[in-house]
Structures are given as structure tokens and as C-alpha cells.
Write a protein that binds this ligand. Structure first.
Ligand code: CP
Length: 313
């Protein structure tokens, strides 16, 4: 029996058993999506509040669809047109919304640690939808759920997964490499020297170029988005230069196509930077499956977490 938690703040908090429980719980939801009616009554009468202080397409819409498919009532605070722009603090905003007795709060913020602060402040279940450079746990879960489908289960032992790009600024790299390692995968990283941290988790290999990385024979190439908006200084000469050295170009894809390499990317994609256009139509490109699995993974999280709110019934 896997006991529920109140919050989901980072993958590092979860045991392997908890991760496997969530991946297992996501599977029936994937089956549900094949039906004409894709809704279950599990969270009927519950309220989900969504607070995105940073832009999002995939995560915000995926959480909304996930909560609605569980029959919850969903309110998305439009931060840009809310009293946040008048200077209201995150905790005051949470207090105000808490007066509406939300059961779940989903929060994305540019500052690392804000979801933890909110979680300590409220009895609602808090889900980190991405905080600064720190963590993006539901991205990691949907990535693992996608690989669960590809590998046929949650034991990734002996699977080699190459993460390419801006490791330094990436909450996705941090969270996804953590979940992959928990499930037994070997993780390697490749990126500009300025964007690959010197201190890496034990066992995480670093490659200097694609040649060296391809010799390792990765089963999966996970391309990270270059986060131009987070880079206060220039870490590489130009987007074109980045593509020529660290991008998945037509030529590089041709080299690994016959090996059946899978390609992943969390989105949004910078075409011509992290990857060539042709990669998007490559038969083993998993980007759309990642988005689709995001709904099931987030349904599993909402289903599992347990708010600690007082109620009379
Ligand atoms: N992968 C991801 O977090 O995408 P969004 O920024 O669109 O939510």
C-alpha cells in the first residue's frame, strides 16, 4: 500500500515505489482516453486552482484537462490580469484563494522554492508545475510514463538516455534525470561547457560531442529547450552555432535512425536550434506522446495526493 502525500514538490522526495505507483496509476487513464467519454467522477465536488506566474501552454492546459477529466471544478487565475500586478504577494494571493476552499493548488513560479513555501502555508495539496531552475516533477512523470510505454514497464535498467542541451538552467533536466536514475536508467549529458554543471549526480556521464555520445549507443535522445529567457549572459555564440554543434540535425538523425533511437523534447521546441524540422516528423519522435501522456500522469498525481483540509463530511 502506497500512502498518499499531501504535495508533489520535486521527484527527489519520492521513493522508487511511489514513482512506480504513479506510473501504474496513469496507465488506466491512458485507456480511458480511447473511449468516447473520457471522464470519471473521482474528484467530483473538489476544487483545483491553477496559478501560473510564468507562461505555459502544455503544463497549464494539461492540468486543466486532467482535473476536468477527474470531474473537479477548475479555476485558472489569469496572473497577468490579477491583483498580482498590483503587488499582491504569492502568500496573500494563496490566502485569498484559500478562502474559496481550494483542495488542490497547482503553481508555477520563476523563483525556486515558492511551491514549497505555499505547501507549508496551506492545507490544500500543492503541485509544483515548475519553479525556476529547480524542479518540474510532473514533466518528469510524463517523460517516464512515455518511456514506460516504449520500454514496456517501469524498470529502465540498462537503458541509456542522453540528455542534450542547457542542463544548467533546466528544471526539466534536473527532474527527468532524477526519475530516470530512480528507475535504473543510465543518464548521459551533452551540452556547451558553460551549460553543463561540473557537479553532477553520481554516475551521470558527460560527453564532449555527439560522436562520443553516439558511441555510447543511447536508446533515447532527450533534447532540452534552449531557455533564451533565463540566460542573463550569453553562454554560446549564436543559435546557429548551437544547432551545428548540439542540435539534432538531419545528418545526425540519419546516423541513428537505423538504430531505432527515440527522440524526446519537453517543448516548446525551438526549431532549427535544438532540432531540425525533419526530426518532428521522424517516426520515433515522442514529442506528441509526451504531451498526451501529460494528462494521464497529472490525473494520477491529482488522484494520489491527499489535501489536509478540515471538513465536516
Ligand atoms: N514542458 C513545459 O513545461 O511546457 P510549457 O512551458 O508549455 O508548460
Amino acid at each position: 500500500m502506497i500512502e498518499p502525500r499531501k504535495d508533489l514538490l520535486q521527484i527527489a522526495d519520492l521513493s522508487r515505489e511511489e514513482v512506480e505507483h504513479l506510473l501504474g496509476a496513469a496507465q488506466p487513464f491512458k485507456e480511458l482516453f480511447k473511449r468516447s467519454v473520457k471522464k470519471v467522477p473521482t474528484l467530483q465536488g473538489k476544487t483545483v486552482l491553477s496559478l501560473f506566474y510564468e507562461p505555459s501552454t502544455r503544463t497549464s492546459s494539461s492540468f486543466e484537462v486532467a482535473a476536468k477529466r477527474l470531474s473537479a471544478d477548475v479555476t485558472n487565475l489569469a496572473v497577468a490580469t490579477s491583483s498580482v500586478v498590483k503587488g499582491e504577494s504569492v502568500l496573500d494571493t494563496v490566502d485569498t484563494l484559500q478562502a474559496m476552499r481550494a483542495d488542490y493548488i497547482i503553481i508555477r513560479h520563476k523563483q525556486a522554492g515558492i511551491p514549497n513555501l505555499v505547501a507549508r502555508h496551506t492545507g490544500a495539496a500543492v503541485i509544483n508545475a515548475g519553479d525556476g531552475f529547480h524542479a518540474h516533477p510532473t514533466q518528469a512523470l510524463l517523460d517516464a510514463s512515455t518511456l514506460h510505454d516504449v520500454f514496456g514497464g517501469s524498470d529502465f535498467s540498462g537503458k541509456r538516455i542522453l540528455i542534450v542541451g542547457d542542463i544548467l538552467h533546466s528544471r526539466v533536466a534536473r527532474s527527468t534525470s532524477c526519475i530516470l536514475a530512480k528507475l535504473g536508467a543510465d543518464v548521459g549529458v551533452l551540452g556547451p561547457g558553460t551549460l553543463v554543471p561540473e557537479h553532477r549526480p553520481e554516475g551521470m556521464r558527460k560527453f564532449s560531442d555527439f560522436e562520443q555520445a553516439f558511441d555510447w549507443k543511447p536508446e533515447v535522445i532527450y533534447l532540452l529547450r534552449v531557455q533564451f529567457e533565463r540566460q542573463g549572459e550569453q553562454f554560446f555564440p549564436s543559435a546557429g552555432e548551437y544547432h551545428s554543434v548540439y542540435g539534432l540535425t538531419d545528418e545526425r538523425l540519419d546516423r541513428v535512425r537505423d538504430q531505432g533511437v527515440w527522440v524526446m523534447h519537453p517543448g516548446p521546441v525551438n526549431r532549427g536550434v535544438e532540432l531540425a524540422d525533419s526530426v518532428m516528423s521522424y517516426e520515433r519522435c515522442l514529442i506528441n506522446q509526451q504531451v498526451e501522456n501529460g494528462i494521464a500522469a497529472r490525473m494520477a498525481v491529482l488522484y494520489w495526493l491527499k489535501p489536509q483540509l478540515e471538513s465536516t463530511a
